[in-house]
Design a protein around this ligand. Structure first.
Ligand SMILES: [Zn+2]
Ligand SMILES: [Zn+2]
Length: 141
């Protein structure tokens, strides 16, 4: 049976379903993710675009351009409660990320890579045996 996981925003207006395996799953400590989440880091779980279905609700989009790479990131959020649910980025065509914290059950995620550790909060303690990258994989910069 194909793996299926569901999730949604805080207020329950937006719901989604993902099928199959994620193409990449990272914990991101960049300043953009810190600011957009208001937190220490973001959990970005990417899937092939066709494996992500918005099953309920309509999302609003905010396009941001990276100060460093100048490429776009399109954040999609619930217009009612503001939760960032999903996004696409110029450097990963054909993929769509979901915000790891919006999964109904986030415990199946295997997060083996932390990126942009150079801007991690000073109290951050990284788990053993994860890959740590000061910025990101060079091919995505
Ligand atoms: Zn909502
Ligand atoms: Zn980030």
């Amino acid at each position: 049976m194909v793996d299926t996981h569901e999730g949604g925003c805080l207020c329950g207006t937006v719901r989604y379903r993902v099928v199959g395996q994620s193409t990449r799953a990272v914990v991101c400590h960049c300043r953009f993710c810190q600011r957009r989440t208001g937190s220490a880091f973001a959990i970005s779980v990417y899937f092939a675009e066709q494996d992500v279905a918005i099953t309920q609700g309509i999302l609003n989009t905010y396009e941001y351009r990276s100060d460093e790479s100048k490429r776009w990131l399109r954040m999609e959020f619930c217009p009612t409660c503001g939760t960032s649910v999903t996004w696409t980025v110029e450097f990963l065509p054909g993929e769509r990320a979901i915000a790891g914290g919006t999964l109904d059950d986030p415990n199946w995620l295997k997060l083996k890579r932390h990126v942009w550790t150079r801007s991690a909060q000073h109290w951050m303690v990284f788990p053993p045996e994860v890959e740590l990258l000061e910025t990101t994989l060079s091919q995505y910069k």
